[in-house]
Design a protein around this ligand. Structure first.
Ligand SMILES: [Zn+2]
Length: 444
């Protein structure tokens, strides 16, 4: 680079930062938030952990710093949600015909003793009821597996250890997943999912085999944390917008590896922060805006469900909810710089935002059921027109320790956040109230 080029670059960078401080996305802030939230010190912001609480405190402090208020009826910027969870108290024990099997990996399960009569998928008479369903074909997965398990009545599912089981274990955060619930509930589940090596799979397929899985556990109190802030509107009759993201991710695996969750969903949290900063710096919008970064989405949408049951304004005053998720990679099936809106056809919100410049399209992966797979769903079930705007959901780093800040497409993410500013500003200023289309509102 020549001296003149360096001079020009410095000039441009300085101009960019000055403008960014007011009404446009600031790449420096985007980088700083992402590096902190998905950096080593927050250890992957595990759901309902102290690391998650630190992330919530950081987000809350940023929102407070932009001049946002506490939400109506709240005295601070944090909403703490008491939870109860099962904690594994020792290694899971597995007996086949009374003999221990040492090569098992517990993928998920609920504490207790499960199992009994074994059946092998594909070799049982139709309609057979068994306690343990052995799935020898590693290609059987997802919906087919769930269906077979439900039909057989099995409490334990056994799959072959291999790439599929390894990937499943890793996608869950590299440790067995045990139930969690709100503190006034009971964190219970039924059965276990286990992976075995080839020799044990052979033993399980002997006629008349029995298998027992026991998972020792205790209960532990914990809490998850939502960061909540409010930008008051000019017109108290105009309703409130709810803008959200989830600040938790999968945390630390059993082997100590960190799942940083830069794309999922530090990127959405950064979008929430930048949109909050820019809107707070402008003229007061017609509608009030609630900014919420939820805890424990990954563990089952606990932050969003609690918020939906304890909203600072009545839910029927919330005109719409937009969740920001995974904005760090472009969607291959869409044109460059376009985002997908989950459940697009379920309401008239997406079309209205598009008409006001939003670069959003219908989600081109309906088979993935993304509409049901993020925090928006908890609000949608409670009647709020609620969607998630996101980039690509099937990135190679999805739910792996490789979801790091350097693998996020930062320029795409900055453009994505910028593209949402004007349409959201319009929605906040307009009298347009979105509605579900016929049959669009989910019921279960
Ligand atoms: Zn996730």
């Amino acid at each position: 680079m020549t001296t003149r080029a360096i001079f020009l670059a410095v000039l441009l960078a300085t101009a960019g930062t000055a403008a960014g401080a007011r009404d446009t996305v600031d790449p420096v802030r985007v980088r700083a938030h992402l590096d902190f939230l998905a950096g080593p010190d927050l250890r992957g912001r595990g759901s309902a952990t102290h690391d998650e609480a630190v992330a919530a405190a950081y987000v809350a402090a940023q929102l407070q710093g932009y001049g946002l208020m506490t939400a109506p009826g709240m005295t601070g910027y944090l909403q703490r949600v008491p939870l109860l969870r099962q904690v594994q108290a020792g290694p899971a024990e597995l007996l086949i015909d009374g003999t221990p099997a040492g090569d098992a990996t517990l993928l998920s399960g609920s504490g207790g003793v499960w199992g009994g009569k074994v059946g092998v998928l594909g070799r049982m008479p139709a309609g057979s009821k068994v306690d343990v369903l052995v799935v020898p074909d590693a290609a059987t997965g997802g919906a087919a597996l769930r269906k077979a398990r439900a039909e057989s009545g099995a409490s334990v599912t056994v799959i072959a250890a291999g790439e599929g089981s390894r990937r499943g274990y890793e996608a869950g955060g590299g440790r067995p997943r045990l139930p969690m619930d709100f503190a006034d509930g009971a964190p219970t589940g039924r059965g276990a999912n286990v992976a075995f090596g080839a020799a044990t799979m052979q033993r399980l397929q002997r006629d008349g085999a029995t298998a027992i899985v026991s998972i020792p556990f205790t209960l532990a109190r914990t809490e998850t944390t939502n960061a909540v802030a409010y930008l008051p509107g000019r017109d108290p009759t105009a309703g409130v917008l709810l803008l959200t993201a989830h600040l938790d991710h999968l945390g630390v695996g059993a082997d100590g590896a960190i799942w940083p969750g830069a794309n999922d969903d530090a990127s959405g949290t950064v979008a929430l922060l930048e949109i909050a900063r820019v809107l707070a710096a402008g003229k007061a919008p017609r509608r009030g805006i609630l900014f919420v970064a939820y805890g424990s989405e990954e563990a089952g949408g606990f932050g969003a469900r609690w918020f939906g049951d304890h909203p600072p304004v009545p839910l029927d005053r919330i005109a719409a909810n937009i969740e920001f998720e995974m904005l760090g990679a472009r969607v291959p099936k869409l044109a460059a710089d376009r985002l997908q809106m989950t459940g697009y056809e379920r309401s008239d919100l997406g079309a209205a935002l598009r008409a006001h410049g939003a670069l959003i399209d219908a989600d081109p992966y309906p088979e993935q059921q993304y509409f049901r797979r993020s925090d928006n769903y908890a609000l949608a079930l409670r009647g709020v027109v609620a969607h998630t705007v996101s980039g690509y959901g099937e990135v190679a780093t999805y739910h792996t320790p490789q979801d790091t800040p350097d693998r996020v497409d930062a320029p795409f993410m900055e453009r994505a956040i910028q593209s949402l500013m004007k349409p959201i500003r319009w929605l906040a200023d307009s009298r347009f109230t979105p509605h579900w289309t016929k049959d669009g509102r989910p019921t279960e």
